[in-house]
Design a protein around this ligand. Structure first.
Ligand SMILES: Nc1ncnc2c1ncn2[C@@H]1O[C@H](COP(=O)(O)OP(=O)(O)OP(=O)(O)O)[C@@H](O)[C@H]1O
Ligand SMILES: CC(C)(CO)[C@@H](O)C(=O)[O-]
Length: 274
């Protein structure tokens, strides 16, 4: 049995970029890689089965990554954050599975290949576009060009206080939004303008503010999220909506941070074997 960890990735904003090849498909945008993530155990098995926090599930991005690596395995996923709440659990699970399977089955792929397999699996499953590479790098990551490692273009944004507060109200099925052409037209326009803004002033405060402008412009907010962001902002903090989930996240001083239900930290390292 081999165990691997992949951090969560809070997408602040994004614009989809679709090309014929899934390796250079993905999204432009920015996000925060956080300690709350996913741990995966992989063991050899005649047939592939996946459990999520102990329950048997269908988990397409994980199944796809094993197919691409040409192995069958039992995969047990434990997650610190709920699926579908804007932390890229699908990408994290695919990435941790790819890293653990490479070791468990002595496949001999290099990092670039294991990360690319997870990126392609998440894209083809329709569950993510831009989480996997940031989850392999760590920190606060800009995605200036989409795609797998060595294909996309990635940058980083500095931070001083690593604490990130978050409150999860509910989940959004990523595939439903990505397949909605009208919604995606608004997302892409708002995402491009948010990225332009961040590249002019690359700070975590600006990232979170732009994230909230993005959510409003893209029409993705819910009443609970609007109220939650309003509360944090009126206590002097910065808050936005984690894409694609009904989750408020943000930064600020002790008083601001105590207004969230959970607290995690910027994870400066990428996914790894445990
Ligand atoms: N209990 C479950 N709840 C939700 N999804 C589940 C569950 N069990 C398995 N899945 C699978 O997990 C994947 C969830 O992907 P989804 O992209 O919605 O989550 P995510 O990566 O956390 O998203 P996001 O970061 O956009 O919020 C899908 O492949 C879905 O079929
Ligand atoms: C599409 C997405 C918001 C789903 O988590 C993410 O993968 C991203 O930022 O591209």
């Amino acid at each position: 049995m081999t165990r691997a960890f992949a951090p969560g990735h809070i997408t602040a904003f994004f614009a989809a970029v679709r090309r014929d090849d899934p390796l250079d498909t993905g999204s432009r945008g920015a996000g925060i890689v956080v300690d709350d993530g996913v741990t995966v155990d992989v063991h050899d098995a005649e047939e592939t089965t996946v459990t999520l926090d102990g329950e048997g599930v269908d988990f397409e991005p994980v199944e796809r990554v094993l197919e691409m690596l040409e192995v069958t395995a039992g995969v047990d996923i434990e997650t610190d954050v709920p699926v579908g709440s804007g932390f890229g659990v699908s990408g994290a699970a695919a990435l941790a599975t790819s890293i653990a399977a490479n070791e468990e089955f002595s496949l001999g792929h290099d990092d670039e290949q294991t990360i690319a397999a997870a990126h392609v699996a998440d894209v083809l499953a329709g569950t993510g576009l831009g989480d996997v590479v940031p989850q392999s790098i760590g920190g606060i990551v800009t995605r200036v060009e989409p795609g797998a490692p060595e294909i996309g273009l990635f940058g980083s944004v500095e931070h001083d206080d690593p604490r990130i507060g978050y409150t999860v109200f509910g989940s959004l099925e990523t595939a439903d939004v990505l397949e909605d052409d009208e919604a995606m037209e608004r997302v892409d326009k708002a995402g491009e303008s948010a990225l332009d803004g961040l590249l002019k002033d690359p700070s975590i405060q600006e990232l979170v503010d732009l994230s909230w402008e993005f959510a409003l412009e893209a029409g993705l907010t819910t009443e609970r999220v609007e109220d939650g962001v309003g509360d944090i902002r009126s206590s002097g903090g910065k808050a936005g909506m984690a894409m694609l989930g009904e989750t408020v996240y943000g930064t600020g001083d002790d008083g601001v941070i105590s207004g969230f239900e959970d607290v995690t930290r910027v994870c400066d390292d990428g996914a790894k074997l445990l």
